[in-house]
Design a binder for this molecule. Structure first.
Ligand SMILES: O=C(O)c1ccccc1N[C@@H]1O[C@H](COP(=O)(O)O)[C@@H](O)[C@H]1O
Length: 210
């Protein structure tokens, strides 16, 4: 099994190339207006062209209208969409008609039927994140061992120093991080990005020996 590594909050072509060269499998582009890492569709599109199709480009949205999600995703030419917020399974289904979806859940959502319903839809992959997206706070991984959904990705306060432990405990399909990889909001710290990708890939070799 290969753990996928996503570096989120990309706001420039420079940082996109930096993360791709560090070995990231996916880059996140945040289109939520409240974010300190807000990026335009034009820059995201240019960054995607710079890294090429081997690196996934994920458009990140927080509780935004369906039309806005589809319009920005099309303009930025993303290859997947990440949906945060209390949106309905009908909304997730509609987005998944056009794009592969990472549906973000918080630990408190794991018992909610409406939240879990969306995970059964074709093209929808779960991602577990902390209640405050981009807040840099890790989840309590041990308490999630039983409830962690199959095929799920993990986010929330991950960085070079703790990602290996998170992978060992929960065995996620992918890991995602932003705030611990920056020198300031929206600007990548190259050493942290490299160390994060290496730590995740190294943990994978230990956790899933061939
Ligand atoms: O980072 C943001 O500003 C943000 C805003 C709106 C939606 C999602 C956002 N970021 C996501 O937060 C998680 C993890 O962040 P962190 O590593 O804990 O800082 C990640 O999924 C980002 O895509």
């Amino acid at each position: 099994m290969t753990v996928r590594v996503k570096v989120c909050g990309t706001t420039s072509v420079h940082d996109a190339v930096l993360s791709a060269e560090a070995g990231a499998d996916a880059l996140g582009f945040i289109f939520a207006p409240i974010s300190k890492r807000l990026v335009s569709a034009a820059v995201a599109r240019e960054a995607g062209l710079a890294v090429g199709p081997a690196v996934a480009r994920v458009g990140v949205f927080l509780n935004q209208g369906l039309g806005e999600v589809l319009r920005l995703s099309e303009a930025a030419r993303v290859s997947a969409v990440q949906l945060h917020g209390p949106v309905s399974s009908l909304y997730v289904r509609e987005v998944a008609r056009y794009h592969p979806v990472l549906r973000v859940l918080r630990p408190g959502d794991l018992g909610r039927e409406e939240a879990l319903e969306a995970l059964a839809l074709p093209g929808v992959t779960p991602m577990l994140d902390a209640p405050e997206p981009g807040g840099g706070l890790p989840l309590d991984w041990d308490s999630l061992r039983e409830a962690f959904p199959p095929r799920a990705w993990l986010a929330g306060g991950l960085g070079p120093l703790n990602v290996a432990e998170a992978i060992r405990v929960l065995r996620p399909a992918g890991v995602d991080a932003v705030s611990r990889l920056e020198c300031q909001p929206g600007v990548k710290d190259v050493e942290q990005v490299r160390a994060f990708v290496q730590a995740a890939q190294g943990a994978e070799k230990q956790s899933y020996p061939q």
